[in-house]
Write a protein of this length. Structure first.
Length: 219
């Protein structure tokens, strides 16, 4: 079963009267239980592609289907089925504790009451976050914040994980915890699209999709 399908997808932004290609002619598919790495230099459009797959950004051209829903026509249905981590620095409210942040984003994922408490407890245990749950997110170390960002994505049993550089700030132990958590989901049929600028971070991905720099601004 196909979970993600990108067909000739492009994204442009306008800046100072010029059109900037952030993503150009991207095509790939991801099946249930499959992991794909988007690899390329900074500025190649990896994060843009993840935002489009999450229904947070609309493509300028082409078509994207996630879990059977077109991101243009049904972005809300798409968002309910994906778990997203766009980096710790962009994932949390700094003045809220780690626990409060997980509770907030868990509710956005449709979890309430005992179901929410159970899900939070599971991801916190799985990623060794319990000692820091009552600490403000803004005071967490970079490595702990990175694990918390992945924990947020895992809430709600998503059909698709979208992770942006999930290993960038992790030590060896943290990488092992995150890898185990991801592999567990893949075995249960969850799909993964991971953005990274280093091939080394994609060791458990079946395929690598290379994104070149899309070019400079055009009139």
């Amino acid at each position: 079963m196909r979970i993600v399908e990108f067909s000739d997808v492009g994204k442009q932004f306008r800046r100072r009267g010029q059109r900037l290609d952030a993503l150009r002619d991207l095509s790939f598919t991801v099946a249930s239980g499959e992991a794909v790495a988007l690899v390329g230099p900074n500025g190649a459009g990896k994060s843009t592609a993840l935002r489009i797959a999450a229904g947070l950004l609309m493509p300028s051209r082409g078509r994207v289907v996630v879990c059977g829903f077109d991101v243009r026509r049904a972005p809300v249905h798409v968002r309910r089925r994906v778990g997203v981590s766009l980096g710790a620095e962009r994932s949390f409210y700094a003045r809220l504790t780690a626990r409060m942040n997980l509770a907030f984003f868990g509710r956005l994922a449709g979890l309430w009451g005992s179901e929410l408490s159970s899900a939070m407890g599971c991801v916190a245990s799985e990623l060794d976050l319990e000692p820091w749950l009552n600490m403000r997110a803004g005071r967490l170390s970079r490595g702990t914040g990175a694990r918390l960002a992945v924990a947020r994505a895992l809430l709600g049993a998503p059909s698709l994980l979208l992770l942006d550089e999930p290993f960038a700030s992790l030590d060896v132990a943290g990488c092992a915890l995150v890898c185990s958590a991801i592999e567990r989901r893949l075995r249960n049929g969850c799909a993964l699209v991971m953005a990274t600028h280093r091939v080394e971070g994609s060791q458990f991905c079946e395929r690598i999709v290379e994104l070149p720099l899309p070019g400079v601004a055009r009139a």
